[in-house]
Write a protein of this length. Structure first.
Length: 125
């Protein structure tokens, strides 16, 4: 399954790389919290789905984040400069399932709405 959010903020790939880091995790979401001291690419986190290793990868256009031990292979990207909206931030979240319980889908949407709000605030500073 895949989910999208378009955040109407003009930015650059380098700005995304500089602004979004695991050390300032609370700036990206209210749904996750660090369990110990994060590194540049890994953080042990707790949150709405339990405890996971959150990984941060640099990709073309921005960043990919993944919950490494997640049985649904939940991952999302934060990019700019590419479709579906070249002039905005695009958040694209995927899981490796075609169907899931509605409760889980609702939790994904809550996370994405919160993440989008946090990103809007962060990039409008």
């Amino acid at each position: 399954m895949e989910f999208f959010r378009i955040i109407e903020v003009k930015t650059t790939e380098s700005h995304i790389l500089n602004k979004l880091n695991l050390i300032d995790l609370e700036m990206m979401s209210n749904e996750f919290f660090p369990l110990d001291e994060p590194t540049e690419t890994k953080a042990n986190i707790g949150g709405i789905w339990g405890e996971f290793t959150l990984s941060r990868y640099i990709i073309k256009g921005g960043l990919r984040f993944a919950l490494d031990e997640c049985p649904n292979a939940l991952a999302w990207t934060v990019t700019t400069g590419y479709p579906p909206d070249r002039d905005a931030i695009v958040v694209h979240l995927t899981i490796n399932r075609q169907r899931k319980q509605q409760e889980f889908i609702d939790e994904i949407n809550i996370f994405l709405d919160d993440h989008s709000t946090c990103l809007m605030e962060l990039f409008n500073q």
